[in-house]
Every structure is written in C-alpha cells, then in structure tokens.
Design a protein. Sequence first.
Lengths: 207, 207
Amino acid sequence: MTVSSPSASSAGSPRSVATKARKASVLAAALDCFTRLGTDGTTIQDIQRQANCSIGSIYHHFGSKEGIAEELFLDGIARFNKGMVRQLKKCQDAEESVRAVVGYYCDWSTRHRELARYLHSRDIDFSTDAKARLKRIHQDYIAAVFLWFAPFVEAGQMRQLPIDTYVPLISGPIQEYVRRWLSGHHNIGPKQVREVFADAAWNAVKG
Amino acid sequence: MTVSSPSASSAGSPRSVATKARKASVLAAALDCFTRLGTDGTTIQDIQRQANCSIGSIYHHFGSKEGIAEELFLDGIARFNKGMVRQLKKCQDAEESVRAVVGYYCDWSTRHRELARYLHSRDIDFSTDAKARLKRIHQDYIAAVFLWFAPFVEAGQMRQLPIDTYVPLISGPIQEYVRRWLSGHHNIGPKQVREVFADAAWNAVKG
DNA sequence: CTTTTTACTAGAATCGAATTCTAGATTACG
DNA sequence: CGTAATCTAGAATTCGATTCTAGTAAAAAG
C-alpha cells in the first residue's frame, strides 16, 4: 500500500479520479439492477454490462457481489446520516430539531426513493467486516446526534430517557411508515403524514 | 387435484401428518442454518442434511431455496400476528390494548429471538407470489386490529388519525428498538425499556 | 382386494452464475 | 527510463441451485 501525503490522495490525480468514477458507476448500475431485477435476480454480468466494465475490474474493486451490496448499503447510510446531521445543525431549539429529523426522513426517502428502498431491504445479516464498518458509522452518527441533543436534555427542554431509546422514539414511526410505503402497502406518501409523525416524535421526548 | 371432504384433510391421515412434520423440520433446519451461516451462506445441502431428507423432497415441498425462505417468513409473520390478535382480545380498554401491543412485541421477540431476527432481516424484495400472500396476511391483520380499535376511536378514547398511521405510531418505536437490539447495537433487552415505549405509544394515540 | 392414480422421496446429472486466475495495460514514482 | 503498484480484461474453474428420472408408499377407484 502506498502511503502518500494525506492531502494529495484525496484530491485529483488522474487515476484516483477515474477509479472513483468507475466505482461510482458500478454502484449506480448495481442499485438500478437491484431495483429492477431484485437483489438476488441481479447477476454480476447485469451490473458489469450496465457499468461498462469488465468482471475483473469489478472484482478488483469490490471483491464479491456481496461486496458491492455492502458498499452500496454503507455508503447510502453514511450519506443519509451526514445529511441528517447537517440539517440538525441548522436548527435553533429542541422542538425544531426533533421535527427536522422527521422532515428530513420524509424528504430524503422521497428524493432518493430507490436507494431508500434498498437500504430498507437489508438491515441485519452482513459479513463480519461490514458489520464492523456499519457499527462504526452508526456510532459516529449516534455520537453526533447525542452531542447535538444533550444540551437540550440538560436544559430540561427534553425528557431524560435511556440513551438508546431516543432514536427509536423519534424516528421509529416515520421510518416504519416509510418502509411500508416503499413496499407498496399504502399510497399516501410520507410528506402528507409528516405532521402527524413530527407531532408524535416531539410529544414522545419533550420535557 | 383431489378435493377431499374439507374436514378430513386438516386432521391426521398418516401421510398428511408425516408431510407436515417434514415441512416443519425443513423450516426449523433452515432457520437454524440462516442464523448460524447467514441467509446467503446457507446451502440447500446444509438444510437438507440437518433436516435429514433428500434434495428431491425439499424441492417437492418448497420449489426453491427462496421458497423455503418465503415460507419461513410468511409463516412467522402469520404466527406473530395471530398471537398479537389473541393478546388484544384479552384487553378491556384502549390503553390496555395499546400497551399490550408493545408488551407482546417485547415478549415475542425475546422468546423467539432467532425467528424475530430472521423476520427483521427481510422485509421488502419478494417474489410476486410471496408479495401477494404477504399482502393478504397483512390485510387480514390490519382488518382484525382495526375492528378491535375502531370502537375506542369512536368513543373518543383514542384520537382520530389517518388510518395507516396507527400501526407505525404504536409499534414503530419498539420495533425499531428490537431491530437494533437484534443486530447487536445495544445490550439492554427490550423488556427493560418496555415501559418507555408503552408510554410513548399510548401518548401518541390517546384521545 | 386389485388396480390405478397421486403424493412423496431419492440422488445423480445438468446448468448457470460467482469467483479465480493469468496476462496485459496504464499510471505513479524514484 | 525502469520498476512496482494499480487497474482492466476475459477465459477457465468451481460450486451450488435446480432439474430430471426412477422408484416407493399411501390413497382412491373399481
């Protein structure tokens, strides 16, 4: 492995750019195939053809079909989380923050419907390595969210509860609603019931 | 197809008993393999060996590996739902009913931990046929639950809300908590946070 | 009680898709 | 330049799901 100076690697040597683009195109192709043909129905060839690259190239970058699926999942979660944290930081108080969580969930799922669907389709059942990476992502997220909300709890704007219960209380209902919507169980989009869930979320945790 | 008298088929002709037993043993073996080796990591041979039967037998009963997975899923959901409805019918009023939903979720997931884990690991992404069967199971459940709760809404004990929001509001948080617990994200079992979620559920829908 | 049909079991043979392997091209870097 | 590392290709292999053929035992028909 080459340990180049940290600053140089991130930017744009001709190859690293090409590599990033190729990986991205494979992931995009994979998502599209998974959506159209189902995760199991998709073959490496389907992805490879759609991404315009060779089998060798795919295996070089992802190691296995499962590797593609994991990357897509972890990458998607990470992006979702990042956006969430960004939204939170725009908020002024506890209530606005809690409502922002629900709102962001609705917006993001509507905007990235296919990816959202994919993220919902897998949740447990990963390789040891992917599990570790997921746990890491998850912990970073929890830490960021915790940092944001802790002062509100301190100040009494939000109730004091077991630490692991906040996320389920706030986002559980909207998440479950979105899951059902994405599986085609109901037709009313999340944006139209957003208020109901935002109210419930705030109610569940307000001081 | 033989159309025997309806009453006779359900009970216990020597063959139908043996068949039921074999199917059950395959499903049990499958669940165990899925738990130990992961859904993808499990081969038909693994299941076949553990269930002590031949490949032909498995394919005769389930048609495909996916068929086993679907049967396990649908059967599990159906049993969960049935138990839930039974619990509900023991309740006297709205609040007790709502709390019972959360309680049942905790108990069942703890008692049938492996099956619960499996049910959480798949949620979308089924064959057309399985989707139809799932929808049917789902509708029956919703109908039963709706029948139970409707009078309470009428009587003003529970709030009037968009029909599809009740289930996510009541069971979303505990479900999300259990999912995280089953994936190993936190160590405190659902029974220890049951009250928090029961309170929140009742709060979200009380009149 | 035979015959015939149907449900079920068995396991070898097939087929297809994931993965591995070898070779060659391109880029970084001293 | 030249040497190593990264990356791309696609043919060859491997492994597992599925199919097929044959046979057994229970049920239904007569």
